[in-house]
Ligand binder design. Structure first.
Ligand code: 13P
Ligand code: SF4
Length: 305
């Protein structure tokens, strides 16, 4: 669209001038996702790819914790978040002191932390996980630590969904994603009635009762792969709105029916905000030196699993 053309042109020029790459999460709006980003994916792919770039500047078209993870993997690069208010209700739900208290209550139990968390919380963590590898990380940690219970924070619903899949007991925390907690089982049943045969994919940040109504559950990359592979006639993605917008352009033969919940944090990242970030080199993400080694280790252990 012409209203985007000026910003897109400026961003493409600035990327060359600054030797910058733009990493975009699957929840970014289509003009960001398709027109200016270099690397696209779920939280796991963005954490992995942040390791592999040789650009000098990384712009995170995502939320703050994703920019922090990119910085942990690239201490010598400049990592910019185009709007530093782009937070996450899960990351906000827990502090490092809360984690230390859990560890005092359950000594010796391994701590697995969802990447949707601050660097300070990661620094108290044994291994991080994302929704794309949570099951594998939990099973690996349980085997290696020879335990049948883990502390899995801060997403209560992710923990309960993974407990159902693995049978491993989760000591968790009442953090929720403000986007996915809004979905209800009733809503999913109503969509099924209105659209017979619809394939339902739910993100594991949804309440377990919602996941129980779905045909599949997985990260945003799992959803993308499943739709590309199975090419369902109709699909319902129980997740953030932009996911369906982005997949719809890649899967013209699939109809997307959707309950639409927006993430206000993801939506703070806009083309003008990205342009401004590259023009002014703002806002660089910094991680306090005393937290850095322990936080990085938790992410590195995850990437090694
Ligand atoms: P994934 O893309 O890893 O599935 O995460 C979803 C999410 O809510 C990120 O904030
Ligand atoms: Fe956080 Fe949920 Fe937004 Fe993802 S969608 S950034 S988990 S609030």
């Amino acid at each position: 669209e012409t209203r985007f053309a000026d910003d897109i042109e400026a961003i493409l020029r600035l990327k060359r001038e600054r030797n910058a790459v733009i990493l975009a999460h699957n929840y970014q709006t289509p003009e960001i996702f398709h027109c200016v980003s270099d690397i696209r994916g779920d939280s796991l792919a963005l954490a992995r790819e942040a390791q592999n770039t040789d650009a000098s500047v990384i712009v995170m078209a995502g939320v703050h914790f994703m920019a922090e993870t990119a910085k942990l993997m690239n201490p010598h690069k400049t990592v910019l978040i185009p709007d530093s208010r782009a937070g996450c209700s899960l990351a906000e739900s827990i502090t490092a002191e809360n984690v230390r208290a859990l560890k005092r209550t359950y000594p010796g139990v391994p701590v697995i932390t969802y990447v949707n968390s601050s660097a300070a919380v990661k620094a108290e963590t044994d291994v991080c996980c994302t929704s794309g590898n949570a099951k594998r990380v939990v099973e690996t940690v349980a085997r290696e630590w020879n335990t049948d219970r883990v502390i899995m924070i801060p997403d209560e619903f992710l923990a309960k969904n993974i407990q159902k899949q693995t049978g491993i007991e989760m000591l968790t925390w009442p953090g929720h994603c403000e986007v996915h907690e809004k979905f209800t089982p009733l809503e999913v049943r109503q969509y099924r009635r209105m659209h017979p045969g619809v394939v339902v994919l739910a993100h594991p940040e949804c309440p377990p009762e919602v996941v129980a109504e779905a045909d599949y559950s997985g990260s945003t990359a799992d959803m993308q792969n499943l739709v590309a592979r199975e090419q369902p006639k109709k699909v319902l993605l129980v997740t953030e709105c932009s996911m369906s917008d982005n997949l719809a352009t890649q899967n013209p033969h699939t109809e997307f029916v959707r309950p639409c919940n927006l993430c206000p944090h993801m939506k703070r990242i806009t083309l003008p905000a990205i342009r401004h970030a590259l023009e002014t080199m703002t806002t660089p993400v910094e991680i306090p030196a005393d937290l850095f080694p322990a936080a990085r280790r938790a992410v590195e252990r995850m990437l090694a699993i």
